[in-house]
Design a protein around this ligand. Structure first.
Ligand code: NAD
Length: 361
């Protein structure tokens, strides 16, 4: 199969981790007889430096012409002072909206090899952590009107708005995702306070009639934040709106050990997706070859699985990651005092995963 992939290296550790993911994709292409070509696109701080804009239309257009987008991370202290609508992170919001990717899918899964890196008590980790957060990505408060006004004392407003159809399309992704897993869907909202949440809840319950094989439950977002640390084994799929999903998915990533391990996919109505690790540009470790590239490598695996319909190739990458972890290789963020662990650089980790893919049948 021939696939063209837009590559946004971005800022900070972005270029380093994306390099490792490309190495892995090239090994997969060779092993399975595919051709992957890459189109570089600029977004974030590097695009501000080059064009004065975090995502100029011509760079977005490049991405829209490819089969999917692989993104490292954007942002950093260098651009902290730029005006709000020109911040590197605006590029992220624009590419999500421009690609129409309304569903963000973040797995929270503990690798058995890294169980000791979880900050949760061993007896909680032993019960298992394996759930997915399906987050609405292009609506809600992040995309509502933002304004600050007033003479003297200033007042700010951020508008949170959802239509029934926006809720329905993400709700369906939640039910379909649960259907392919353990068939439990938890809809998370704040219906005791917010109108958008009451509408959210009513749409989810209307949809439930079409998915009788999926068990739907409701949870208030504040309770969900507690339950994720108290007993994460109760969750299979969580579906929620944009801001709640943003916060809960960062919390969920922490309990699995390291933010550097977690991939994500964002999809809309077509198979073209946006794939990125959930972490940021980690400016504190940029350029030192110490970042963990696994979240990005697993994002590339998700691209193969969800956008390119290459499940065997995705399984191969995930198995190679498991093998390298089982052999004791660790980047600094997932290193512990356990015996036999080997501190591994970012580029070495990519090489080891490539070697494991080549060695597997
Ligand atoms: P961050 O995720 O970049 O870093 C948080 C901590 O985790 C840091 O100590 C960092 O060193 C560590 N870390 C993150 N990824 C790692 C990896 N792969 N390997 C090893 N350690 C890793 O979050 P932050 O410090 O809050 O943000 C830094 C910049 O990134 C900011 O400008 C922020 O706006 C931006 N950001 C971008 C995205 C994105 O591009 N999707 C997401 C979040 C934050």
């Amino acid at each position: 199969m021939n696939k063209n992939i837009a590559v946004i290296r971005g800022d900070g550790i972005g270029p380093e981790i994306v390099n490792e993911a490309i190495k892995v994709l090239d090994v997969i292409a060779e092993k399975y007889g595919h051709t992957f070509s890459y189109t570089d696109a600029d977004m974030g701080g590097c695009a501000i430096d080059k064009y004065g804009d975090p995502l100029p239309q011509h760079e977005l257009d490049k991405c829209l012409k490819t089969d999917s987008v692989l993104l490292g991370a954007v942002g950093g202290p260098k651009w902290d002072g730029v005006p709000g609508n020109m911040r590197p992170e605006k590029g992220l919001l624009r590419i999500r909206a421009g690609m129409g990717v309304y569903s963000n899918n973040r797995p929270a899964k503990i690798w058995p090899q890294l169980a000791s890196a979880s900050p949760l008590k061993p007896e909680i980790v032993e019960k298992g952590i394996d759930f997915i957060i399906v987050r609405e990505l292009i609506g809600g408060i992040y995309f509502g009107e933002h304004k600050t006004y007033g003479q003297g004392e200033k007042v700010s407003e951020d508008v949170m708005k959802y239509s029934e159809s926006e809720i329905e399309r993400i709700g369906r992704i939640g039910f379909e995702t649960a259907r392919k897993r353990r068939k439990k869907l938890c809809s998370v909202e704040k219906s005791n306070v917010l109108d958008t949440s009451r509408l959210w809840k009513s749409v989810m319950h209307r949809l439930a009639a079409e998915y009788p094989d999926v068990e739907l439950s409701d949870m208030l977002v504040d309770n969900c934040a507690m339950q994720i640390v108290k007993d994460p084994s109760q969750f299979d799929v969580i579906v929620t709106e944009n801001m709640f999903g943003d916060i809960l998915s960062d919390e969920a990533s922490m309990i699995t050990g390291s933010i550097g391990m977690i991939p994500s996919s964002s999809l809309g109505a077509t198979s073209n997706g946006l794939y990125e690790p959930i972490h940021g540009s980690a400016p504190d470790i940029a350029g030192k070859d110490v970042a963990n590239p696994i979240g990005t490598i697993l994002s590339a695996a998700m691209m193969l699985r969800f956008s390119f319909d290459m499940p065997a190739e995705a399984d191969d990458i995930e198995a190679a990651v498991g093998k390298v972890l089982s052999e004791g290789y660790r980047t600094g963020d997932i290193m512990s005092s356990e015996d036999g662990l080997k501190l591994t650089k970012c580029s070495e980790m990519g090489d080891l995963i490539c070697r494991a893919i080549k060695a597997s049948k």
